[in-house]
Design a protein around this ligand. Structure first.
Ligand SMILES: NC(=O)c1ccc[n+]([C@@H]2O[C@H](COP(=O)([O-])OP(=O)(O)OC[C@H]3O[C@@H](n4cnc5c(N)ncnc54)[C@H](OP(=O)(O)O)[C@@H]3O)[C@@H](O)[C@H]2O)c1
Length: 287
C-alpha cells in the first residue's frame, strides 16, 4: 500500500516512516518545502502525482509556548492544514491518520482521560490541535485520530536531551512535580500506529507508553539510568511559569487500543531504558 507521510523531518515522522517501510508499506515522505500542508493546491498536487492509498499526517506546529504569540500560525498548520488533508482524503476516499495531543484537555479530571471525555484546552497550541480534531470528525469517516503525549525520540528536541544537557552543567536541577502525564517513545508509538492501521478499525485512539509519571519522576529515572549524581528539587508549576499553561493531569486512558491489539503498550520506564541504550550505542560508535 502506498502511504504519503507529511512533516517528514519531524520527530515522529522519522520513526514512523521506517516502521511503515519495515512492515511493507511503500512510503513517500516529502520535506515541508515540497509539501506544505497549509496550501490546498500543493497537497492536491502531491496527492495527484503520488496517488497514495493513505495519508499519515505528522506535520504540525508543536511549539507549545510560542503558540501563545503565534496563534495564527498554529491554527494554520494544526487546524487548516488538517482541513486541507481531510478535503483531499475525502475527494479520493482514502483514510487519514492524524495525531493530536493530551493538551486538548484541561487537566482538572482526577483520573485518566478517556476517548469520549470532552476536550477543553488551556492554551493556543491545544486550541489549534482541537480545531484539527473537529475538522477530522466533521469531514471524514475513514480516519484514525490518535492522541498521544510527552513524546521523546532520537530525531527531535525532547525532555531527556534537555535534562542530560542540564546535568552536564549543573549538579542541582529543579523539575516540575505537579504535572502528570505519560511519557512516550516515538518508536513505540510508531509500532502501535502501524499495528492499529492494519486492523482497519477507524476511530479515536489514545496511544502512549503505559504508566503515568510527573516530569520529576521522569527526570529522576533519566539520571538514575544514566548514572548521573544530580540533586533534583521538586517544584510546582507556579514556581516554573511558562507562557502556556499546561494541564496538571493529562494522563490518557488507553481503551480500546489494548483490547484491539491484544497487548498493553510498554511502560515509559522500559521505553526510556531502550532509548538511552540506543542513544549511548550511537554515541560510542561516534555516529
Ligand atoms: N512532541 C510532543 O511531545 C507531542 C505530544 C503530543 C502530541 N504530539 C503531536 O504528535 C505529532 C508529531 O509531533 P512531533 O513531536 O513529531 O512534531 P515535530 O517534531 O515538531 O514535527 C512536525 C514537523 O512538521 C513540520 N511542519 C510544520 N509546519 C508544516 C507545514 N505547514 N507543512 C508541512 N510540515 C510542517 C515541522 O517543520 P518545522 O520544524 O520546520 O516547523 C516539523 O518537521 C504532532 O501532531 C503533535 O502535535 C506531539
Amino acid at each position: 500500500m502506498k502511504v504519503l507521510v507529511t512533516g517528514a523531518w519531524g520527530m515522529l515522522a522519522n520513526d514512523l516512516a521506517p516502521v511503515l517501510s519495515e512492515r511493507g508499506y511503500e512510503v513517500f515522505a516529502p520535506p515541508e518545502d515540497m509539501l506544505d500542508v497549509t496550501h490546498l493546491d500543493t497537497v492536491r498536487g502531491v496527492v495527484d502525482s503520488y496517488e497514495p492509498e493513505m495519508i499519515v499526517n505528522c506535520a504540525a506546529y508543536t511549539k507549545v509556548d510560542e503558540a501563545e504569540k503565534e496563534e495564527h500560525q498554529a491554527l494554520m498548520v494544526n487546524g487548516f492544514g488538517v482541513q486541507n488533508l481531510c478535503l483531499v482524503c475525502q475527494e479520493r476516499d482514502i483514510p487519514l491518520v492524524h495525531f493530536s495531543t493530551d493538551y486538548v484537555f484541561d487537566g482538572t479530571k482526577e483520573g485518566p482521560y478517556t476517548i469520549d471525555d470532552e476536550p477543553n484546552p488551556l492554551g493556543a497550541y491545544g486550541c489549534s490541535k482541537l480545531l484539527g480534531e473537529k475538522y477530522m470528525l466533521g469531514l471524514l469517516s475513514k480516519f484514525y485520530l490518535i492522541r498521544t503525549s510527552w513524546l521523546f525520540g532520537h530525531h527531535g528536541r525532547n525532555f531527556i536531551e534537555t535534562m542530560l544537557e542540564l546535568g552536564q552543567r549543573q549538579k542541582k536541577i529543579s523539575v516540575v512535580a505537579d504535572q502528570r502525564g505519560c511519557p512516550t517513545w516515538t518508536r513505540h508509538l510508531a509500532e502501535a500506529v502501524v499495528a492499529l492501521i492494519q486492523t482497519g478499525r477507524y476511530g479515536i485512539y489514545h496511544i502512549t507508553n503505559s504508566e503515568p509519571a510527573t516530569w520529576f519522576d521522569f527526570a529522576q529515572e533519566i539520571f538514575r539510568l544514566s548514572r548521573m549524581d544530580i540533586e533534583l528539587v521538586p517544584i510546582t508549576s507556579d514556581q516554573f511559569p511558562t507562557p502556556a499553561r499546561r494541564p496538571l493531569n493529562s494522563v490518557l486512558a488507553p481503551f480500546p487500543l489494548p483490547q484491539l491489539l491484544g497487548r498493553e503498550m510498554p511502560s515509559w520506564r522500559e521505553a526510556l531504558q531502550e532509548y538511552l541504550q540506543q542513544r549511548n550505542a550511537v554515541k560510542r560508535a561516534g555516529v
